[in-house]
Design a protein around this ligand. Sequence first.
Ligand code: MLT
Length: 251
Amino acid sequence: MNDTRPRLILLHGFPFDGTLWEPQMSGLADAARVLTPDLRGFGRDEREVPDAMTMDAFADDVIALLDEQRIDRAVIGGLSMGGYVALSIVERYPDRVQALVLCNTRATADTLEAREGRYATAMRALEQGMDVIARGMVPQLIMPRTRTERPELATWLEELMKRQRPDAVAAASLGMALRPDRMALLPRITVPTLIITGEADTLMPLPTSQAMADAIPDNHLVIVPGAAHVSNLENAGFFNAELSAFLRGLP
Ligand code: MLT
C-alpha cells in the first residue's frame, strides 16, 4: 500500500544532535515518516566545519539530504537553532517545504550583546571544552521543577551536550551570530505553520513566538505547559499530540 504519511525532517537545537528528538522518533511514527539528521559536525556527522557554519550552510546540507533521499517536499521542523535553519530553507527553497514547524525559536537576528555572547561561547568551547558549557546551559533548558523531579532528564541533556565537538559548537555559535533577520519573510510564508513554545521558555520568551504568529498568515500557536526551552522533551506527550494533530490535518 502507498505510504501517505508526510515526511517530517526535525532539525535539532544548539548544542545538541538528532538524538534531541528521541521522543518524537517513536511518538510520531503513526503520523509521519520522521528524519532527525545530525547537523554538520554534531552527533555522528564527522564532516569538517568551517570557522563559522552559517544557518544557510546548514540549510544547504538539509536540502542535499532531501536530494539524496529523493524527497521532493517535506514538513520542515526545527527547535531553536534548528528553527533558524528551517527559516533559511523556507526562504531559499520554498518549493521543498510542505509545511513548517517552528519550535522555541525566533525570526529576529541577534542583538549586539547576543553576538558578543556567541563569540564568548565559541572561545569557551575551543579553549575549555564542552563540560563547562554543558553544565552552564542545563538550567536554561528545563524548568527548575523538572530538574528536581526528573534529574535523569537534566543528566541526559548534559551528557548529550558534552558529547558534541568543540569545533562544531564554536562554528555554529559564530554562524548564529551571522544570521540575518527573517521577520520580513514571515508574511510571505504560504505553507501551514505550527509554532510551538514552552510556557516557561526564558531563552525564547512567549512574545517571540507571538510575533511570529502575528506575521505568518496560516499559523497555529501552541504553548506547551510544564516546559521551558526543550519543550519536545520536557512535555513530550503534549508536544507529540499537538504535532500529530497538525500533521494529520495537512492537505
Ligand atoms: C538553541 O537551543 O538552539 C539555542 O538556544 C539557540 C540560540 O542560542 O539562539
